[in-house]
Design a binder for this molecule. Structure first.
Ligand SMILES: C[S@@+](CC[C@H](N)C(=O)[O-])C[C@H]1O[C@@H](n2cnc3c(N)ncnc32)[C@H](O)[C@@H]1O
Length: 329
């Protein structure tokens, strides 16, 4: 797995770990700490994603018409948000067995607590996909692929874990084939031109320099944010000897996300997934975030245009959702 993009951060922090070990440890610690307030931070995503879950499951539910008992594997389940959204769809009513998988024990704790409300037989594993011995009818990754360094290995593990006729669906990743699409770029510019800086605080906070000054001052006052806590933990563990900036940490965890200084910056490309998921056929794909932002971040005028683009089935948004099926024989 080539993680050369992380070498400058590894050097800067004086870490003795290999790029693979370094990536894994930072990813686990980041998500362990994020688990505490993940649901609070992402509460606005609920509505946007529920619509997408309904649309994509509507696209592939015909393959499960004759089934009444489906098994779901939610890889990178986090606090269980993705499974809960899937259960809220028509297809979700057929799910009778769930296996929740995550590398973060803190995320799994939250997901297991949430699963008590589902009334469905649910098990959990703190694990990577490659060490699982489990097969399912539906494999879900929700907001996960952009965290996985070696997508082609991951895709091969997904194929092994899917029952015949089963579906792999992924949602909420940057749409690699479209990020430079002139229509998306133009819409991003259009909305950015309407952004207004309404207060001095907002203006100061939009400057990288002042943001870093605020951040240092807060740390001196003992007010730690998420990034400070990740650094504190990694320093204590001896994984790093020097603190990382927020953008350096996100470059590691959000390794395929664009706009970060050390990430791979490519997003998730269907054109590449087709090669990695060579045993599966692409049965549906959709998009959203046509202004580069999510529905709840848009004013009424842009929200209406976003809805129209979603209904038109356009593929030119910032986020990708897709479903792939394994042949029945
Ligand atoms: C952004 S969260 C998404 C959580 C949840 N699926 C949702 O939709 O809210 C990403 C999750 O993927 C997990 N993760 C990252 N890399 C992973 C890997 N290689 N295997 C399993 N889980 C992973 C993280 O620990 C984190 O809980």
């Amino acid at each position: 797995m080539a993680l050369d993009n992380l070498l400058p951060i590894i050097r800067k922090t004086g870490s003795n770990l290999s790029p693979e070990e370094f990536h894994h440890r930072v990813n686990v610690v980041f998500h362990d700490i994020e688990a505490e307030d993940y649901d609070q931070i992402h509460k606005d995503m609920w509505e946007v994603l529920l619509l997408q879950f309904k649309l994509i499951t509507g696209d592939f539910s015909k393959y499960f018409e004759k089934h009444s008992e489906l098994k779901l594997l939610d890889v990178g389940c986090g606090t269980g948000l993705g499974t809960e959204l899937l259960l809220a769809t028509e297809l979700g009513k057929k799910i009778k067995k769930i296996v929740l998988v995550d590398i973060s024990s803190k995320m799994i704790e939250k997901a297991v607590a949430r699963s008590k409300n589902w009334g469905i037989n649910t098990e959990s594993r703190i694990s990577m996909l490659d060490s699982l011995d489990e097969k399912a009818d539906i494999i879900l990754t929700s907001s996960v692929l952009h965290h996985i360094p070696d997508l082609s290995q991951f895709a091969s593990d997904i194929q092994k874990r899917l029952n015949l006729g089963g579906v792999f669906m992924h949602i909420h990743d940057p749409n690699g084939d479209q990020l430079m699409n002139p229509n998306l770029v133009a819409r991003r510019k259009e909305i950015a031109a309407t952004d207004k800086v309404t207060s001095l605080y907002q203006w100061l906070n939009s400057s990288e320099f002042y943001k870093s000054v605020f951040h240092r001052l807060n740390r001196m006052r003992g007010k730690y944010n998420h990034i400070d806590l990740v650094n504190n933990y990694l320093l204590k563990e001896g994984v790093i000897k020097k603190r990382m900036t927020a953008k350096e940490i996100w470059s590691i965890t959000d390794i395929h996300v664009e706009g970060l200084p050390f990430s791979k910056k490519k997003g998730i490309r269907l054109s590449e997934m087709v090669n990695s998921l060579d045993e599966l056929s692409l049965v549906a794909h959709r998009s959203y975030g046509f202004y580069g932002r999510l529905g709840f971040e848009l004013d009424e005028e842009f929200a209406t245009k976003e809805k129209e683009l979603i209904s038109s089935g356009s593929k030119e948004g910032r986020y990708l959702v897709a479903a792939w099926r394994k042949p029945v024989s």
